[in-house]
Design a protein around this ligand. Structure first.
Ligand SMILES: [Zn+2]
Length: 90
């Protein structure tokens, strides 16, 4: 689950008296462990969260046109799928 915030950017230099609000993801809760990661508290953990969002196609094991989402932190990803993840160091 994601929560959103909006930040205002003052564009007075090009549009006097106008501010534009841009939404951004402020926190994400891992669907596996339930821990919430806030972008303002720990950007490094936050940026490692993997968010899956897809629709099951015809004959999908999840159901035809089933909307599937998963937010998973790096710790749960490694513990659940780590042995199958291919890694290459750069
Ligand atoms: Zn987790």
């Amino acid at each position: 689950m994601k929560t959103y915030k909006a930040t205002a950017i003052d564009l007075e230099c090009i549009m006097p008296s106008n501010a534009v609000f841009f939404p951004y993801v402020a926190s994400v809760t891992c669907d596996v462990c339930g821990k919430t990661y806030n972008v303002d508290e720990d950007i490094f953990e936050f940026q490692e969260i993997i968010c899956l969002d897809f629709y099951g196609g015809y004959d999908s094991v999840f159901g035809d046109m089933s909307h599937c989402t998963l937010d998973i932190c790096q710790h749960c990803l490694k513990s659940k799928l780590g042995k199958w993840i291919k890694q290459k160091q750069y």
